[in-house]
Ligand binder design. Structure first.
Ligand code: NCD
Length: 292
């Protein structure tokens, strides 16, 4: 694995390899890298979890992390992303983690620069490391994804998390369904009725309503959305005994999910964040092993 920009880059065997390595790091294993590597995180869109857990993962692997402030970089003078990355390649960066608003921004970079690229989210396109931490969390919970019924609910059209998970979860044997208002269906086949699918789901993966991608148009009031597509307390009561709740976060309390459910027994939302560090350690380690 030289880069990781999309879940389509990974075979099922490679996904399993990442899960095992993440588990090993979780159990206390340390990096086997022998050279010193330098990495940087270029976040052109807001981030708390992804950026901080990448930084934590990099520090746990003893990597040198060079700070990159997008708000003070020459991109503000019009330098293109390609030219910025080329600079960082010349300076000697081994890996760049990039989040950018443009879908498929990485197509201009992969194969053209020697620095490895890890995609921390491209527009509404891909978010492979979120997908891997979601997969890890489900695998940790059930021991397998085979035949698990995973229902992804919400703003599917604008969600790079849904897009990355749709492909990967299916390849791992899960039965993936989508529920959303018809306006937010995008290219997916989706159900428009949430209540029909609450009871037989093993995982309810709630997505954030991505107001920043809606051009100011709101189809629903918060209360309407919560009643129709939110995980309410009444819906949670109908879930299967061992079913779990996930959300990539940040969450809109009482919109996608009732405030009281965010830290309930079934919720794995904070577990997902915790797992993010180990999964990102595994990805960095695997990419850098290829450079030894
Ligand atoms: C997600 C993202 O940025 O796509 N957040 C995250 O990385 N945990 C989901 C979102 O913003 O809704």
């Amino acid at each position: 694995m030289k880069n990781l920009v999309s879940m389509k880059d990974l075979s099922v065997d490679q996904i399993h390899e990442i899960l095992s390595l993440a588990q090993a790091f979780r159990d206390g294993a340390t990096s086997t890298l022998t050279n010193k590597y330098t990495v940087s995180n270029l976040f052109f869109e807001p981030s708390t979890r992804t950026k901080m857990s990448f930084e934590m993962a990099q520090r746990k692997l003893n990597l040198e992390v060079l700070p990159f402030e997008t708000g003070f970089s020459s991109t503000l003078k019009g330098e293109t992303l390609y030219d910025t990355v080329k600079v960082l390649e010349c300076i000697g960066l081994d890996v760049l983690v990039i989040r950018h608003e443009q879908n498929n921004y990485f197509e201009d970079l992969v194969g053209k620069v020697n620095t490895a690229i890890i995609n921390g989210g491209d527009g509404t396109g891909n978010h492979p490391t979120q997908s891997l931490l979601d997969i890890y969390t489900i695998w940790e919970e059930f021991g397998t994804l085979q035949d698990k019924v995973i229902t992804i609910v919400g703003d599917i059209a604008h969600s790079r998390v849904a897009r990355s998970n749709a492909d990967a979860l299916t390849r791992l044997g899960a039965k993936v369904r989508f529920v959303c208002p018809s306006e937010w269906q995008g290219e997916f086949e989706a159900l428009n009725e949430f209540d029909e699918v609450v009871e037989d789901s093993d995982v309810l993966m709630m997505l954030r309503v991505q107001h920043e991608r809606h051009d100011g148009k709101t189809a629903f009031s918060k209360e309407q959305y919560h009643q129709m597509y939110g995980l309410t307390i009444e819906r949670e009561r109908k879930m299967k005994k061992d079913a779990i709740i996930m959300h990539p976060a940040p969450f809109n309390r009482d919109v996608e999910i009732a405030n009281e459910l965010i830290e309930c027994d079934r919720s794995r939302i904070f577990k997902q964040m915790e797992n993010g560090t180990y999964v990102r350690m595994a990805i960095l380690e695997m990419i850098l092993r290829g450079r030894e």
